[in-house]
Design a protein around this ligand. Structure first.
Ligand SMILES: [Fe+2]
Length: 320
């Protein structure tokens, strides 16, 4: 199997996020998917059917575990019980790697159920690096961390995200999951250049790429994972993929989940994108952006009205 980076991590091909609505289809048809990514939390506590299904799927396909509750940036102690159970699950299914996000999800025992951004500076690097080392000691494998989608930046940040992730990798030997949709979303929301982001990114540490759909609200973009990948994100993917040694690529689709074949066809579009590699810059992307912004402005004159009620209604604060 080819390697995705100089560290020799395997390149698995084009994968699909494993969702329980597709269990029956997969078990009946064993579709020609290269690999699956399973959400760790959906299986970690399950001794029942979901875990049995995952074990059966793992007998035929490479599986990667992707978590959402590690909270590597929090000041709360790491949840060692969670990490031990995660290791048990990873060992049981032979997970190729285990990933989570560069974020924090709660503090003082409260869970925000959200992937919250961190200020990026020396003190946070030291804090996160110590926690990554602790996680890797328990998991007995390198941790893979993903760039989150963000909507704010902190005055306390002294580094940009690629520089922070590079330093974190050097300090801990962790690996990276580059979500190109998150790059596009975060850069648009911050008014920064996604190509400059990619130029600065430590591709030699990348194990995996994520693709997903988003909702363009004119003044900002929301990372919704509920639709097809945009043309702009495909273009970023084409550029990013070329800078890896063919990193494993995964499509995330979590809302309005379509039939399995639609998902699979969407990620297979990556083959055409990779194969048809023109050397266009994002000049065309900028043009599409302007078009999207104009049409979104017509549809939503006050986009924050769209955002806030949804956020408030979904937020449930509860003891961890
Ligand atoms: Fe992602």
């Amino acid at each position: 199997m080819p390697a995705a980076n100089p560290a020799g991590d395997p390149a698995l091909g084009l994968g699909v996020g494993l969702r329980n609505v597709h269990f029956e289809h997969i078990l009946r048809n064993w579709p020609a998917v290269d690999w699956f990514e399973a959400i760790s939390e959906n299986f970690i506590d399950s001794g029942g059917r979901p875990r049995m299904v995952l074990r059966r799927i793992a007998e035929r396909y490479p599986i990667v575990l992707h978590g959402v509750s590690l909270s590597i940036g929090s000041t709360d102690p790491l949840n060692v019980r969670y990490l031990r159970r995660l290791k048990r699950l990873a060992d049981e299914i032979g997970a190729r790697w285990v990933s989570d996000h560069l974020c924090w999800t709660g503090v003082l025992g409260l869970n925000s159920h959200d992937l919250l951004p961190l200020p990026l500076n020396e003190a946070v690097l030291e804090h996160v690096a110590a926690r990554v080392r602790q996680v890797q000691d328990i998991l007995e494998r390198p941790l893979v961390l993903e760039n989150p989608s963000t909507y704010v930046r902190f005055r306390a940040s002294t580094w940009d995200e690629p520089a922070f992730l590079r330093a974190l990798c050097e300090a801990t030997n962790c690996r990276l999951l580059l979500d190109v949709n998150n790059v596009y979303v975060s850069c648009f929301n911050a008014g920064s250049d996604p190509l400059a982001y990619l130029d600065a990114f430590p591709f030699e540490r990348v194990v995996q790429l994520h693709l997903a759909g988003h909702q363009h609200c004119g003044t900002h973009i929301v990372d919704t994972h509920d639709r097809a990948v945009s043309a702009q994100v495909w273009e970023l993917f084409r550029i990013a993929w070329q800078r890896t040694s063919g990193a494993s690529t995964l499509l995330e689709w979590d809302g309005n989940v379509p039939p399995f074949q639609t998902l699979h066809n969407e990620v297979l579009h990556a083959r055409a994108v990779i194969g048809g590699a023109s050397k266009d810059s994002l000049a065309t992307v900028a043009a599409v952006d302007a078009e999207a912004i104009n049409s979104a402005r017509e549809a939503a004159s006050t986009p924050i009205d769209f955002l806030l009620p949804a956020v408030m209604s979904q937020r449930t604060w509860s003891p961890a």
